[in-house]
Write a protein that binds this ligand. Structure first.
Ligand SMILES: [Zn+2]
Length: 280
């Protein structure tokens, strides 16, 4: 059966778990089949959400937005479906009447006359009013979205200089969704490498030019990953076309810039890769 499987949502077998760019690409695919379309049928597995099945019926999907790793499906009756995939959730889009080949459990189904958007395995799902979106405990804590087109270098350096962030290691900061929403484990390694900064450095110890470089690489890496489907490596001497990353998941392999062995360490509980020579 042909199904349009949203990629990059594995998190097993060494593949990274989805980060902001992967969630945004999943949202784009869902938007393609839902936006501007009327919901003929909505189904929820969780009993507490089932009262919304009737309320969403006949509503039109206005937008499928992302805030970091959360997805917001907005309906024209002002309700918003909030979903956060955590590690296991996965969206599929299929033609109406088809089902993807998966052994996961179906949690949400939104059917138009021609297509279905199906969310499997996620547990963090709710239907919110505009006021509840505003006061949502996860959403209200999020920093600016890394894929927001209006996010600029000054905004990021401004945040690096804030009291609550400036004395924390970059390794910790670059996983903290209240600093910037949508960052995650592979982006953290790739951004710090591109900026030439060691993961243990703190904003307070980095000069203005270093912070500006870090800010520029932050948006550049995230946007490239969004465009390419999770690939941050650019072509060049010694780099295979199939390669995805500069340093992530490349422990002991030679750095593409200096040839030194890439190191892997646990920082803030997650694996982080860096070049001991290029990143100081
Ligand atoms: Zn190097």
């Amino acid at each position: 059966m042909k199904s349009n499987i949203v990629p990059g949502v594995a998190g097993v077998g060494g593949r990274p778990v989805p980060e902001g760019p992967e969630i945004r690409r999943a949202a784009d695919r869902i938007a393609k089949v839902l936006v501007g379309r009327s919901i003929e049928q909505a189904c929820f597995a969780f009993p507490e959400l089932q009262p919304f099945e009737e309320r969403l019926k006949g509503s039109v999907v206005d937008a499928v937005d992302t805030r970091g790793k959360a997805m917001l499906t907005r309906f024209d009756n002002e309700l918003t479906l909030y979903s956060h995939n955590q590690l296991y959730g996965r969206w599929f889009t299929v033609k109406r009447g088809e089902l993807p080949e998966t052994r996961r459990s179906l949690r949400v189904a939104l059917h138009t006359s021609s297509h279905s958007a199906l969310l499997y395995s996620a547990s963090d799902i709710s239907v919110l009013t505009p006021a509840q979106v505003q006061s949502h405990p996860f959403l209200s804590r999020l920093g600016p979205d890394v894929l927001d087109e209006s996010l600029d270098t000054d905004t990021i350096t401004g945040r690096l200089d804030q009291q609550r962030f400036r004395r924390r290691s970059l390794a910790a900061l670059y996983l903290d969704q209240s600093f910037l929403a949508g960052l995650g484990n592979y982006l953290r390694s790739e951004i710090l490498y591109a900026a030439g900064l060691h993961p243990s450095r703190r904003p307070v110890d980095i000069n203005v030019e270093g912070k500006r470089r870090l800010a520029r690489e932050t948006t550049r890496m995230c946007r490239r990953s969004y465009r390419t489907g999770g690939k941050t490596l650019t072509p060049g001497p010694g780099r295979k076309r199939s390669g995805r990353f500069w340093v992530f998941a490349r422990a002991s392999k030679p750095c593409f810039t200096c040839g030194a062995g890439i190191q892997r360490e646990n920082f803030s509980g997650r694996r982080l890769y860096f070049c001991p020579v290029c990143q100081v």
